[in-house]
Write a protein that binds this ligand. Sequence first.
Ligand SMILES: Nc1ncnc2c1ncn2[C@@H]1O[C@H](COP(=O)(O)OP(=O)(O)OP(=O)(O)O)[C@@H](O)[C@H]1O
Ligand SMILES: [Mg+2]
Length: 440
Amino acid sequence: MSPKEIVEYLDRYIIGQQNAKKTIAVALRTRHRRLQLSKDMQEEITPKNILMIGSTGVGKTEISRRLAKMMSVPFVKVEASKYTEVGFVGRDVESMVRDLVTASISMVRAEKEELLADKIENYVINKIVEKLLPPLPATISDEKKEAYQKTLKSMEEKVLSGELDDKIIEIEVAKVHLELVESNLPPEMQKVQDSFSKIFSQMNKEDNKKSLTIKEAKEALKLEASSKLIDTQSITSEALQRAQNGGIIFLDEIDKIAVSSKSQGRNDPSKEGVQRDLLPIVEGSSVSTKFGVIKTDHILFIAAGAFHMSKPSDLIPELQGRFPLRVELESLSEDVLYAILTQTKNSLLKQYKALLGVEGMELVFEDEAIKTIAKLAHKANESTEDIGARRLHTVLERVLEEISFNADEYSGKTYTITSEYVHKKLDIVVENSDLSRYIL
Ligand SMILES: Nc1ncnc2c1ncn2[C@@H]1O[C@H](COP(=O)(O)OP(=O)(O)OP(=O)(O)O)[C@@H](O)[C@H]1O
Ligand SMILES: [Mg+2]
């Protein structure tokens, strides 16, 4: 995807924030460009990590969520603060790299399965039909053979179409040792766990003959087929490559591990500890995973934070330096709030309409009403705390609560939300800042 296309895609879901979108799009494209260069040139070019700064509710996490959906590169999002939570202090920061590898593996695996979908399906159907139709004795007339072929064909079709899904058959399914399954243990622990599970799987080798419905058998056989047809070795090595050269780690809530200079005396050693732990990973180091060693030099890190209580300069200097690209997200104006309501795919208004549609009522918003909602949401953001687009949730909830409660009465009817109605519901609350602190 070209930078323009990435921005266009993001535009469908996120209004404004063009700077952030552009920077990220360029960073992604740069990685693609890098891979076209000669090997030693590639070694030299390290990604420029990005720091997104913006107050709460302006789309930081949303941008990353959409990116993750769109990108066909391994992507994980982690909360930097989780490494400081009670009980997690000292939690292995490297685990985020392992998560990335896991994400990469399931991606590569899914692609391979897609490629082999036909073969896998054949395997499954054959196995099931074998159970349903006893095999043909060798000595038999041609006539009978032909008839048999016919039944076989129709049986295959029936199994495929799901007509027989509820029928129960007895079938032996190989125990698939899912070694590619997600796990967050450090490699040493992992080995212990693996050897245990191997022992156990050998212990109950005999009893893998099971009575399953055909539907269940299909699932089980699918697993068996893909583990037979797909070479795990090639998956892991490709997955490692991809994570290494194309992986993105989104570090959300990075401001939560910054130690504000204001709160002197209450310096939190664990936060700084997390920052120090992050350094080598962001800088480039080798992390050993269950599937092999991965170098983090070329992984792209995108960090995001509101930086309300702290500033980027409160991060330890070494870490600041590792995020050279800074983008600021603007706070949302009235017009942007209006656009968020009307232009985004799956906007809140559409969601409410769909939800109430289930009750058989049609909800219509007059354009003026939407403008009023945006205006009052903006006002509430100004007079109390700026919580960005999240304010729209609370405001809309307030506007619609009564209708939502009485939805059954409006079944089969149309309800139009007018500007007056919005005013009626919200004015008292918005005018009174004490009240809006609680309700909005
Ligand atoms: N510019 C925008 N365009 C469309 N929707 C937006 C925009 N900004 C925020 N939203 C919506 O507001 C909600 C909150 O946004 P998001 O989770 O991205 O906030 P954030 O910037 O990560 O805030 P925080 O700092 O609290 O984590 C989401 O539902 C998102 O869809
Ligand atoms: Mg967020």
